[in-house]
Design a protein around this ligand. Structure first.
Ligand SMILES: Cc1cc2nc3c(=O)[nH]c(=O)nc-3n(C[C@H](O)[C@H](O)[C@H](O)COP(=O)(O)O)c2cc1C
Length: 234
């Protein structure tokens, strides 16, 4: 199994140790890791060049594409990050913004349908749900239907070494159970909610195709949908 990990923090603290526990339990053959914000692209400037002319023309293409290619190559995509002010850290969101061009509404990558994803989050004590939702929503729109989340409340503090062994052992048990969901991983099929997004976007792209009689005027998105055999001229 090939795994790509997008770490939402460079400091080797609670997030890092929980993610390490996950990998130790999972024992994948191959792991590629990125550490944000170091490996994160700069903020999206909203120029729309990726949508209109191609993502390779984005000023931040190199950093975005390095991570994107690793995601395409992986069987399992892991996001591990802390909760910041009840949501996902800004640098994780920045990376996700850059993937907007590959959302179902634009140029969906069919390789994503078969992938699985794991989201590992932790906070001092705040609920993790909303912070997980930021990433889960993006992954669903990128065509990954199989996304599982696990969240931890540190409670005893934010310094890993100060957290009692008893509590760390509890974390290990929970994460071992979570990792078991990804063992013997099989390629997935497009399911809800991504399946619904695909159907809605197919209607939208078909409408745009009908409205554009001349092939030369078709957008990159519509051409992509035709190329993948998802829509065609009648
Ligand atoms: C900017 C910032 C915002 C945070 N916001 C919250 C929060 O809203 N709720 C919470 O319980 N913990 C919050 N935390 C704590 C983190 O979720 C996390 O537990 C802490 O940074 C330790 O993670 P680490 O050991 O991986 O560095 C915040 C931390 C930072 C740095």
């Amino acid at each position: 199994m090939k795994v790509v990990v997008i770490n939402g923090k460079e400091i080797k603290g609670c997030t890092y140790n929980l993610k390490q526990m996950f990998l130790e339990e999972l024992k994948p053959e191959e792991v590629v890791e990125y550490y944000l914000p170091k490996d994160a692209p700069d903020f999206c400037k909203g120029c729309k060049t990726c949508f209109m002319k191609g993502e390779h023309l984005c000023q931040h293409y190199e950093k975005v594409n390095r991570i994107w290619e690793s995601m395409l190559d992986a069987d399992l995509i892991v996001f591990a990050y802390p909760v910041y002010v009840l949501r996902t850290p800004g640098h994780v969101k920045t990376l996700l913004d850059h993937f907007g061009v590959h959302w179902c509404a634009h140029r969906l990558e069919p390789k994503m349908f078969s992938k699985s994803a794991a989201i590992i989050t932790q906070s001092i004590g705040a609920p993790n749900r909303q912070a997980q939702k930021d990433v889960k929503t993006s992954l669903n729109w990128l065509g990954i239907s199989h996304v599982k989340c696990i969240g931890f409340g540190m409670m005893e503090g934010v310094i890993w070494n100060e957290i009692s062994l008893k509590r760390r052992n509890k974390f290990r048990k929970r994460i071992a159970k979570f990792a078991s969901k990804f063992k013997n991983l099989k390629p997935r099929k497009l399911r809800m909610p991504s399946k619904l997004y695909f159907k809605l976007c197919k209607m939208m792209q078909n409408g745009l195709l009908k409205k554009t009689p001349d092939d030369e005027d078709l957008s990159l998105d519509v051409k992509h949908w035709i190329k993948n055999g998802w829509i065609k001229r009648k």
